[in-house]
Structure formats: C-alpha cells, structure tokens
Ligand binder design. Structure first.
Ligand code: ADP
Ligand code: GN1
Ligand code: MG
Length: 373
C-alpha cells in the first residue's frame, strides 16, 4: 500500500486509524469542519472502482468532556432511538441520524494511549454544513432542530449522563466568570473593563430561565444544547435539515436554550469572531424565519410558558456564550480552540453586541413568537 496522508505525520492519528478496518484503500485524513471543541478529521478511502468513501473521525476534547465513555453511552442511546423513529417514519436511518463504525475488535470507540476517546462515523454525503444561511435555509435548520426535540420527547431522560455538568446553568457561568476575573491569570482584565462591566451589569438576567425552571414554569426536556447552524447537515437536493449532528451535549435541558443558541449563532450576518462590530447586527427577519421553522418542527409540543420565554432563550444563550468566551480568555484559552491570541475576546464582543441588539428589540421578538404560536 502506498503511504497514506496524515497531517504532520501524527503518530496518534496513525494509531487510531490502524484500529479500524476500512472498506477500501485508505488514502488519508485531513482536518475538517469549524467546530471549536473536538478534533475532527475527514478520512478518505478509495475503492478499486467508483467514488471515494469518506468518514468523520473525531477525538473528543478532554478539556470539555471529563467522562467520554458516558458521553458515548448517550450517543449510542440517542442515535439508536432516533434510528427506530426514522425507520418508523419511512426515512433513511443512515442519512437522518449519525451512526458508528466499530473498531477492528468490535468496540464502539477507540481509546488512545493518552486516554483520549475517538469515534468514527460514516460521512453523510450530498449535504452541506453552513456557517451562515439565507432565511429559507435557516428556517429549514429550525424545523430540523424543532423536530429533533419533538422526536426525543419520549426518550428516557433519566438514563442520560450529564456530559458537562451545569452546561447551561447561566448563574454558574457567571460565578465561573467572577472566579476567572478574580484570578486574572494572565493579567488581561485591566484592558477589557467595558467587557467585564457588560457582564456584571447583567447578573440578574443570568437567573431568569433558571428561576422559571425552579418555579416549575419551564419543563426539563431532552434537548440538544448546542444548536449552532453548523451542527446540522442540509440535504443538497431537498434543502431540508436532514441530520442533526454534534450530539455530545444532548441531555436534559430547556427548549428555550435550543431555540436561543440557534438565534445566537445564525440570526446575524457576521462571523462569530468578527472584529468590526459595526457589521454585527441581530437580524429580526432571520429570527422570524427561525421561529416559524422551530415551532413547525416542534409540532405544538411547547407549553405557553416555553413560548413566552423563547426570546429570553435567545438573549440568555447569547449572553452566556459571551461570558464563556470571556471566561476562557481570562483563563488562558484552554476550552475553545483558538487560531490567534485574541480570538476568544473577539468572539465575546460579537456576542455582547448581539445581546445589546436583542435587548433593544425585545418587544418585537416577543411579538414574532406570538404571531406564530
Ligand atoms: P465539534 O464538537 O468540534 O463542533 P462536530 O461534531 O460539530 O464537532 O463536527 C465538526 C464538523 O464536522 C461539523 O460542523 C460538520 O461540518 C462535520 N461533520 C461532523 N460529522 C459529520 C458527518 N457524519 N457527515 C458529514 N459531516 C460531518
Ligand atoms: C462549541 O462544539 P461546537 O463548536 O459545535 C460549544 C458550544 C458553544 C459554541 C460557540 C461542547 O460548539 O457550547 O455555544 O462552541 N460546545 C461545547 O460557538 O462547549
Ligand atoms: Mg459542532
């Protein structure tokens, strides 16, 4: 066999690839996608005849996921459940949910010498993964995320592990920010007082959804919790959201957060790390398209209180994500992958600009939900 291409001749990647039996000649692996957390590679194989066969190989981030075996248990439980639902609806389970390729010794994942967990999934072909979208595509993604939540309504939530403890506990995110600020490990705080003040001024907001949960107004459901536009694959032919991916944080949560995180990422026309904040604007038309699609996908399953709190979901997920980027910046950038030193600060600032825009348009956001509820 000729030599396969492996980035920087990475010996760990070579070890991981050797743990799998591929159906055709292995050509190589290249870094893939724009995720901030896992190490994602596209693995390419060439059969003697016909098109290349691709796979997605992912090394789970040890910084994000302290118990990867539990995460994989969730992954298997959720994808098996969705598989049955897709089959029952007459769909194609190999395109409409993720599946795992087993290792040579029949395991669902491979653990390398350092304890890092790797999984291999078939590449879902003839799809696109977007970083920004037209209103039509954004609405299609919303239908798919709404449907995802709807399909998991009957899932035994108590069997799911909490892969990241207090993941969307915004009060806890605020407390972690305060701790990072106090430690100020790299002496970065002195130059970012406006960003710090933005968070401090919104301490009370951090309790809004959690308080509604504590009061029993909002129900816990099985939610995705990371509903960025690039966590959905859009079918190239139908332009519908065919597969929800990145299931690593699917666990009990709030429906308003799944709505909100999509709005945070997709209801604007700028990059998440755009430096020119004049280009970062919340777009209420995209918000409206998403609202329409999400409610259609959820098929009337949301309660009146959940509907009422949807705009808060958008505001809070955006604020929380900004707080998380800022905390990581203060802490020395250990969590979110960065490509240049100030990237987490840039990311934080876009989020805060979007929060300010949403605060200014909050009434209009609520009116949009009422229009489609
Ligand atoms: P991260 O947690 O780092 O965001 P993801 O699971 O979202 O990792 O994967 C990163 C990117 O890889 C996705 O945004 C998507 O572009 C691509 N991807 C992941 N799984 C598949 C798949 N099975 N088929 C096609 N593309 C995929
Ligand atoms: C991360 O994994 P990825 O890139 O899809 C993060 C989300 C953040 C998002 C910000 C497990 O998502 O919570 O909202 O970055 N995922 C995890 O872009 O922390
Ligand atoms: Mg992702």
């Amino acid at each position: 066999m000729s030599q396969i291409f492996i980035p920087q001749n990475d010996p760990i990647l070579a070890e991981v690839l050797a743990a799998y039996e591929f159906p055709a000649t292995l050509l190589g692996a290249v870094r893939y996608g724009q995720g901030h957390i896992n190490d994602t590679f596209c693995v390419i194989c060439q059969p003697q005849e016909g098109d290349a066969v691709r796979f997605i190989l992912q090394g789970l981030s040890s910084a994000a996921f302290p118990h990867p075996e539990e995460l994989m248990e969730n992954f298997i439980g959720i994808t098996s459940y969705l598989r049955e639902k897709v089959i029952a609806a007459g769909g194609d389970p190999m395109r409409e949910t993720l599946s795992l390729v087993k290792t040579r010794d029949g395991k669902d994942f491979y653990t390398d010498g350092s304890g890092k967990v790797w999984r291999l999934t078939p590449f879902i072909e003839n799809t696109d993964c977007f970083q920004s979208a037209t209103p039509e595509l954004f609405e299609a993604s919303a239908r798919a995320f709404g449907r995802f939540q709807y399909m998991l309504q009957g899932y035994p939530a108590a069997t799911l592990h909490e892969t990241i403890v207090k993941f969307h506990d915004t009060e806890d995110r605020f407390a972690k920010f305060e701790a990072a600020l106090k430690a100020d490990k790299l002496g970065r705080a002195k130059d970012i007082s406006a960003d710090i003040q933005f968070v401090l001024d919104r301490k009370d907001d951090c309790s809004v959804a959690l308080q509604a949960l504590r009061e029993g107004k909002l129900p816990l459901r099985v939610t995705h919790n990371d509903t960025k536009l690039n966590n959905i694959l859009i079918d190239r032919d139908t332009r519908e959201g065919i597969c929800v991916i990145d299931l690593d944080t699917t666990m009990p949560g709030l429906s308003i957060n799944d709505f909100g995180d999509s709005i945070r990422f997709g209801a604007n026309h700028s990059k998440e790390d755009e430096k020119d904040l004049s280009k970062v604007n919340f777009d209420i038309e995209l918000y409206e398209a998403y609202t329409r699609g999400f409610l259609e996908g959820a098929k009337g399953s949301l309660t009146p209180a959940e509907l009422e709190y949807l705009p808060w979901g958008a505001r809070l997920m955006t604020l929380e994500c900004g707080i998380r980027f800022l905390t990581d910046y203060l802490d020395g950038d250990h969590y979110f992958r960065i490509h240049y030193p100030e990237q987490n600060l840039d990311r934080c600032r876009t989020q805060f600009k979007l929060v300010a825009d949403m605060e200014a348009q909050f009434e209009a956001m609520a009116a949009v939900v009422r229009k489609y509820a």
